[in-house]
Design a protein around this ligand. Structure first.
Ligand code: SAH
Length: 397
């Protein structure tokens, strides 16, 4: 294994178990490791620190282990099993009412660069690094060992997330299928709500599992309300609102495929058609034409406006504009669930954008709750960057 030597005094973050080595911290790399190879990281005075996946770029090493040997034959099974056991411990695996969850949340589960979502026996894997992409067969074997006969399929959906490098065959497809399994779709339960998930055609791994708890909060407050779900994707919040007793829900997304799935999910849950309307439209333009006071519960869950630091300023302005429009339009006594999934927009910055939005409208606005990502999107305490989803529940008079 090749070695990476850090510059003097650059080992502190690794000694605090932060899982990334930035290229600027490196003094020397021995040999000529290929991208995705395991390398051993040493301090400037030759002390062993950690082992991880090497990659050319700003994050040069993603650490897999500070003490164990990632080349050990049982390494992947051990790590996947640890992630699985945590989901058993939170009551997610084995729950009768929830049959989908995130099994591996990258750094949060000690596996930087790897996402695995579980949909009722189907594991959908997304590699975000060359190392994880190259390890996918070993990861698939680990999933078979952990889930045993209950594993229906392992689907690799890395084409949109793995860095494009020559020699990597970025084509999505099955790494494993149990005999007779020949579909790209399944029905999952989330807190008793039913959803079709299509990992081949859908966005990300097929479903946004990170909103589970926040959807439940919408379900609890929806009774008797007229709901607007902006950026609805396949209708997660809409289904919970209807099951929670909403009078009517309007769902809006610009993706035709997503809106077709909303309609299928409505039928799957058996709601009377007059309780729901689908709009394939730009959410911002839709909101502009909404009459004041029409809705008394709104969900605003846009895609990440800032994908990197350079886009932060514009993103904050966009969050402010969008939230101002929602706060201005919601009926007195209405709720606004507003979110940001941009990792570079932290809680404080988001709250400030929403505060500016409220001030712009001049309405009385209370923050009733601060919303987060759920337990299966675990944040490694040594890697606060893993916290990305934040939201506020507003009560507007
Ligand atoms: N709330 C959803 C997840 C939202 S993801 C859930 O619970 O599952 C963001 C969504 O915004 C995606 O479905 C994407 O298609 C949609 N989108 C992106 N830009 C949009 C726009 N300008 N107007 C409407 N929808 C948009």
């Amino acid at each position: 294994m090749e070695k990476v030597y850090l510059r003097p005094r650059r080992e502190d973050s690794i000694l605090r178990f932060h899982p990334w080595v930035f290229s600027g911290a490196i003094a020397q790399v021995t040999g000529n490791p290929a991208e995705g190879d395991l390398v051993a990281v040493y301090s400037s005075d030759g002390q062993y620190l950690a082992t991880g996946h090497f990659q050319i770029g700003s994050i040069a090493v993603r650490i897999l282990s500070f003490d164990e040997d990632p080349t050990a034959p049982d390494f992947w099974e051990k790590m996947v099993r640890r992630a699985f056991q945590a989901r058993v411990a939170y009551g997610l695996h084995g729950s009768a009412s929830t049959t989908c969850y995130r099994l591996v949340h990258g750094e949060g589960d000690g596996l930087p660069g790897l996402i695995i979502d579980y949909y009722d026996g189907v594991c959908v894997l997304q590699a975000h690094s060359v190392g994880m992409f190259k390890a996918k067969s070993a990861i698939c074997e680990a999933l078979k060992a952990v889930y045993g006969d209950t594993l229906k399929a392992v689907y690799d959906k890395s084409s949109g997330t793995a860095p494009f490098k020559a020699g990597l065959d970025l084509v999505d497809g099955y790494l494993y299928r149990a005999p007779g399994f020949d579909t790209d779709e399944c029905v999952v339960l989330e807190n008793g709500n039913k959803f079709h998930v299509n990992w081949n055609e859908g966005q990300k791994t097929g479903f946004f599992l990170d909103q589970r708890e926040n959807r439940a909060a919408v379900g609890r407050l929806a009774k008797g309300r007229n709901v607007l779900n902006l950026f609805c994707y396949t209708g997660g919040f809409s289904i919970y609102a209807l099951n929670g007793g909403a009078v009517h829900v309007d769902s809006v997304d610009s993706s035709k495929k997503a809106m077709d799935m909303v309609d299928r999910n409505m039928a799957l849950n058996g709601f009377a058609p007059e309780r729901h309307t689908s709009y394939c439209a730009d959410a911002i333009e839709f909101l502009r034409d909404v009459p004041e006071g029409k809705y008394d519960l709104m969900i605003v869950d846009p895609p990440a406006f800032a994908k990197h630091r350079g886009a932060l300023k514009n993103a904050l302005r966009a969050y402010q504009r969008l939230n101002a429009a929602a706060i201005a339009k919601v009926a007195p006594g209405g709720f606004v669930f507003t979110f940001s999934c941009s990792q570079v927009v932290d809680k404080e910055a988001f709250a400030l954008a929403v505060f500016s939005a409220a001030a712009q409208t001049g309405r009385s606005v209370r923050i009733l709750d601060r919303l987060n990502q759920p337990a299966d999107h675990a944040v490694n305490i040594y890697h606060p960057e893993g916290e990305y989803l934040k939201g506020l529940l507003l009560y507007v008079e």
